[in-house]
Structures are given as structure tokens and as C-alpha cells.
Design a protein around this ligand. Structure first.
Ligand SMILES: Nc1nc2c(ncn2[C@@H]2O[C@H](COP(=O)(O)OP(=O)(O)O)[C@@H](O)[C@H]2O)c(=O)[nH]1
Ligand SMILES: [Mg+2]
Length: 340
């Protein structure tokens, strides 16, 4: 906590000093409210029969205003800026925010053989699989499952954490030149290469939250795996599309909570674990999590301006270039390859 700079995280204001009897100066609340008209109390104009039609119109306006107020979502200033302007006001203050460590925060719950069922959605970006697949979390699930499986064989209670691989942003892959079966097999192979061959996946889903591809199938599978009381965590590197996917899942499920997670092409948009209500039923819980730092995600090492330059927004196209021996092509100025 600090009180020096209101723009930096953790800012707080000390309340102004008050005298001990400051409450005594407030007017006492009286039981006698006969002097206040009923219309003023209800906020609606209902005076006299002759004004009844006018009163009805005002009542409709008032109820519409009430409904609009209810449907309006209150968000913090940082989310407001991200939602409406696509950037945070003070990028220099972002480095002061703590990193999210899923293994430390949720690992003990996954390791616990009792309690609610755990399901981890391992999200990887189709346009940068190796730079976004959450290896450490996948490894944790693999090791925990293995340990629980051994306990279960010896008769101990065992609640195996399950993992589902979700490949996001499928719309960015060159569709005519790739078959879904090939992408499916490739994604599974890359996940095993990253987390170890002992990673058991309960399923692989190829989705595009932007286009709504595969979202319903994923929702049905998640409901089935989570059961009535399970806990589901969406985990992945920054910008992999966790919040966008959970919003798409919530829309697909017809959830009426009105809650929308903030989505933005800015790394580290989501700051804490957020429970998404009304998607999986009363007892089961779905959580959005902050993006993990990924050592292989090159975009997380760039400045916001550079990130905008290399951000993939449209479907990728295969290109062929003829390059002379000993020349070196540069991709987006930060990857190069020497031609022999
Ligand atoms: N093309 C495309 N972009 C997506 C998709 N899902 C998310 N994005 C974009 O990826 C960026 C990061 O999304 P966000 O949900 O905030 O990522 P998070 O940090 O993992 O929560 C945003 O600009 C989204 O619009 C998708 O399915 N297709
Ligand atoms: Mg997010």
C-alpha cells in the first residue's frame, strides 16, 4: 500500500480527521414521514387522477432506467480503459503488478485427493502453440494424476485432476491448407513434447471464440467432466484468449449473470482469479485466471508498440520466398534464419 501516487497500484487515501461527536450533527431519522408524498418516496409521479397517464409514462421511463442500471456492468478504471481504448492508462505501473503463479496458487488444491473434482483447461494459441502452452501446469497435472493413481490403486481416496487441451484462435490458421485432424494430432504431439509423454488428456478441442467454432462442444464436454460440483480452471499464457473463450462459453450457455470478462490484446489484462457464474450450474465453478509468464512467448518481451506490429489479427497465409545462400530473412524484425 502507498499514498504517494494515485496512478500507481495500491494507492489509498487516509480518511480526514473527524471530531468524536461528528455523528451528533447529522439530523436524527424520525419515524414520522407523513410530510413526504408517496410519489416522492417511490420516485414516481402519481399525483391526481388527471395526471395518471403522465404518471404511467414516467413509471415506464423509471422502470426502464432501473433495468438499464441493472444491466450496466460496473468495472474498475483499468478495465474501463482496456475495454474502450484498448490500453492501460499507465503502462509503467503494470510492471509493479505481481505475477500469477498457478502452481503455487492452485497446485495444493489439485494435489488434494479429496474434495471437488478439478478440471484444468490448458489453453494454447494456435498461432503460437509452443510460445503459449502452459507446460508447468500441464506437468503439475501429469505428476499429480500419476501420484493419485498410485494411491487409488492402494485403496486411498483419489480425485484425479483432469486436463483438456484447448487450442484457441483456430480462425488464424490457414484453413484450406490444414485439416482439423492434422491440427488435432499436431497439437496433442506438441503438448506431450512440452509436458512429457505421461500427460493424459481427457480431450483436445480446437476452438475459435471469435467465430464461435467448437465452443458448444467444449461447453458440453466441460459440463460432463466437471460433474455437479467440479472446479474448472482456464489456464494459459498471456493473451492466449482465456477471457474471450470464457465469455463465448457464457454466451453459449445462456448465462444471465450479465458478467463480461475484460478481453484486450494487452498482456496481463486479467489480474486475479475470477469466478464465472451461471455457466456450469449451481455447484460447479468455472474460473478465469491471469495469464502465465511464458519463457518462449516472444511477444511478452516486446513493448506495447512492437506487440501491435506483430499481433496476428487475420488468417495466416503460407508464403514462399526464394532466398539466396548465405542470406538471412528477418521475420517481424525479431526472428531470423541463416540460409546455408
Ligand atoms: N482472431 C482471434 N482472436 C482472438 C480469439 N480469442 C481471443 N482473441 C484475441 O486475443 C486477445 C487476447 O484475448 P484475451 O481473452 O484478453 O486473452 P487472455 O489474456 O488469455 O485472457 C484479444 O485481442 C482477443 O480479441 C479468437 O478466437 N480469434
Ligand atoms: Mg484475460
Amino acid at each position: 500500500m502507498q499514498s504517494a501516487d494515485p496512478a500507481l497500484p495500491g494507492f489509498f487515501n487516509l480518511p480526514s480527521p473527524k471530531s468524536p461527536d461528528y455523528r451528533a450533527r447529522l439530523a436524527p431519522v424520525t419515524a414520522d414521514d407523513t410530510g413526504i408524498s408517496a410519489s416522492l418516496k417511490s420516485g414516481l409521479l402519481q399525483e391526481g387522477q388527471e395526471k395518471s397517464r403522465e404518471g404511467q409514462a414516467v413509471a415506464v421511463v423509471a422502470s426502464e432506467a432501473e433495468a438499464e442500471k441493472k444491466s450496466k456492468v460496473v468495472v474498475c478504471a483499468r478495465c474501463h480503459s482496456l475495454r474502450h481504448y484498448g490500453h492501460v492508462k499507465r503502462p509503467d505501473a503494470e510492471v509493479l503488478l505481481p505475477d500469477f503463479d498457478f502452481v503455487a496458487a492452485v497446485g495444493p488444491r489439485l494435489a488434494s485427493p479429496s474434495g471437488a473434482r478439478s478440471l484444468v483447461l490448458l489453453l494454447a494459441d494456435a498461432s503460437d502453440f509452443d510460445g503459449s502452452f502452459p507446460r508447468a501446469v500441464a506437468r503439475l497435472v501429469a505428476v499429480t494424476s500419476e501420484a493419485h493413481h498410485a494411491d487409488w490403486k492402494h485403496g486411498a481416496p483419489s480425485n484425479l485432476p483432469r486436463a483438456v487441451l484447448v487450442v484457441t484462435k483456430l480462425d488464424l490458421l490457414p484453413t484450406p491448407s490444414l485439416s482439423p485432424d492434422d491440427v488435432h494430432a499436431w497439437a496433442q504431439a506438441r503438448a506431450r513434447a512440452g509436458a512429457g509423454a505421461d500427460l493424459q488428456l481427457a480431450g483436445v478441442h480446437l476452438v475459435s471464440a471469435a467465430r464461435g467454432w467448437g465452443v458448444r462442444d467444449l461447453l458440453n464436454h466441460v459440463r460432463e467432466l466437471a460433474g455437479a460440483r467440479g472446479k474448472v480452471w482456464a489456464v494459459g499464457a498471456r493473451n492466449v484468449g482465456k477471457s474471450t473463450l470464457l465469455n463465448a462459453i457464457a454466451r453459449c450457455s445462456g448465462a444471465e449473470s450479465g458478467q463480461t470478462l475484460t478481453e484486450a490484446p494487452v498482456p496481463g489484462t486479467t489480474l486475479g482469479v475470477i469466478r464465472v457464474d451461471g455457466v456450469l450450474g449451481a455447484q460447479a465453478k468455472l474460473f478465469d485466471t491471469p495469464g502465465l509468464l511464458h519463457g518462449h512467448q516472444l511477444t511478452s518481451r516486446l513493448t506495447p508498440e512492437e506487440q501491435k506490429l506483430v499481433q496476428v489479427r487475420k488468417e495466416m497465409r503460407p508464403r514462399t520466398y526464394r532466398i539466396k545462400v548465405s542470406f538471412r530473412p528477418y521475420y517481424a524484425h525479431f526472428v531470423s534464419e541463416f540460409c546455408e
